[in-house]
Design a protein around this ligand. Structure first.
Ligand code: NAD
Ligand code: MG
Length: 414
């Protein structure tokens, strides 16, 4: 029985994780939950899973949660009343909760950084969905992993595919994950991308792309931020940096290929030129379950892949002109140090402004590029946690300034 702490339990990753726990009640139990403001869903989750601890990102909402739990009809009450905590300290407590064996990081954005580090310091294994944390703070997270012995198991579907493909190679030793040491025998990584919401749009039409257009993904149902990242292909760019930190390959050896069917979830090329791929329907439950069950495989009744039903698997090179975010991500990754943290924070702020209809879709890459350019002279090559947090705040501010009057909104602080 594995005890799990779920950070961001009310989101897309969080709810799918809890659905898996309910499907395998004899293998998993939930000991801690964290959430933002969706109290209706959180209370339902508390009733179903009876966690020991619940943390709310916003401390001010704690009294409402407490009184709503106390007001529940006795027949509706959870088997135990959880301890309730709030704020950043509360999230970190849930991440380091003593009885948890594994922490699922389903918080969106750099807000996941301190809880992730808290879990690592406590020696917990992590199912990493919250890629922004590794991208922004790779130079801080990797040494912390080494010091604590925590294992970072990738929940992102592409990185799970790579992880699965590498089982059975000389590398098949999870201790190598995220050590920054190149994986022996691994020559190249190919990350597949669905192409996002605009893959069939002519580039000229992107200027009039609306929020509704950008938030309807053709293959995956996910949170709003990552869905916009998929439409700009920034998500794939971020995944290139994520793959660099997880598998230790240089940026010249990590490629993106557009694969509209999302059946192949990514590929590895080994030293002898053999290419291994992992296939499945696009369903995030699979990579999440693999993090939870690893190194075992559990029997599931989930829809089985039938390639005759798929018919065709097609591939094409990504269009760099149409999607400048990919190039920005490669350049940030190559610059290293604090630059990926700047890229990530600028992107989070730009996406937030776009979702509030304060900037246009094409403003997203334009503004991020300006912020990254401004940071070049201040780049720290071997940043501390404080450096990462400082550039994160600076980049959000710089993006709002670059956006002009429309960007003058409350700062999103990671
Ligand atoms: P989501 O928006 O659906 O859920 C985010 C969760 O984080 C919610 O529970 C929310 O309450 C919480 N949250 C939001 N802001 C917070 C803050 N400032 N502090 C604390 N908690 C906060 O997002 P999602 O789609 O589940 O994505 C979560 C993470 O997983 C992201 O990093 C994303 O890139 C990654 N990911 C998601 C998918 C997917 O299929 N959804 C796939 C791969 C990777
Ligand atoms: Mg992905």
């Amino acid at each position: 029985m594995k005890a799990i702490s779920v950070l961001g339990s009310t989101g897309s990753i969080g709810t799918q994780t809890l659905a898996i726990v309910e499907e395998f009640p004899e293998r998993f139990r939930v000991v801690a939950l964290t959430a933002g403001r969706n109290l209706d869903l959180l209370i339902d989750q508390i009733r179903r899973h009876a966690p020991e601890l619940v943390a709310l990102a916003d401390e001010d909402v704690l009294p409402e949660l407490r009184s709503r739990l106390e007001a529940l009809d006795p027949s509706q009450r959870p088997a135990r009343q959880p301890e309730l905590v709030g704020g950043s300290e509360g999230l970190c407590a849930a991440a380091a909760w003593p009885s948890a064996d594994l922490v699922v990081t389903g918080i969106v954005g750099c807000a996941g950084l301190l809880p992730t580090l808290s879990a690592i310091k406590a020696g917990k294994d992590l199912a990493l969905a919250n890629k922004e944390t590794l991208i922004a703070a790779g130079p801080v997270v990797l040494p912390a992993l080494k010091a604590s012995g925590s294992r970072l198991l990738p929940a992102d579907s592409e990185h799970s595919a790579l992880f699965q493909c590498l089982q059975g190679t000389p590398w098949a030793d999870s201790a190598r994950l995220s050590t920054g040491v190149p994986t022996p025998g691994l020559r190249r990584i190919q990350l597949t991308a669905s192409g996002g919401a605009f893959r069939d749009w002519p580039a000229a039409d992107l200027a009039k792309a609306t929020v509704a257009d950008a938030t309807s993904h053709p293959n995956w149902s996910m949170g709003r931020k990552i869905t916009v990242d998929s439409a700009t292909l920034m998500n794939k760019g971020l995944e290139v940096i994520e793959a660099h930190y997880l598998f230790g390959l240089g940026y010249d050896s990590i490629e993106i290929v557009i694969h509209p069917q999302s059946i192949i979830h990514s590929m590895v090329e080994l030293a002898d030129s053999s290419v291994l791929a992992q296939l499945g329907w696009p369903d995030m439950r699979l990579p999440i379950l693999y993090c939870l069950s690893w190194p075992e495989r559990f029997e599931t009744p989930w829809r089985r892949l039938d390639l005759t039903e798929v018919g065709q698997l097609t591939f094409r090179a990504p269009d760099q002109q149409k999607y400048p975010c990919m190039g920005l991500a490669y350049a940030s990754g190559r610059a290293g140090g604090t630059m990926p943290a700047v890229l990530n924070a600028a992107n989070e702020q730009a996406v937030a402004l776009f979702l509030e209809e304060r900037i246009s879709f094409l403003d997203i890459p334009r503004l991020i590029e300006r912020v990254c350019d401004r940071h070049r002279s201040d780049l720290r090559s071997d940043p501390s946690l404080e450096d990462v947090l400082a550039v994160d705040t600076w980049a959000r501010q710089a993006l709002c300034e670059a956006a002009g009057p429309s960007g003058r909104v409350e700062l999103l602080v990671g």
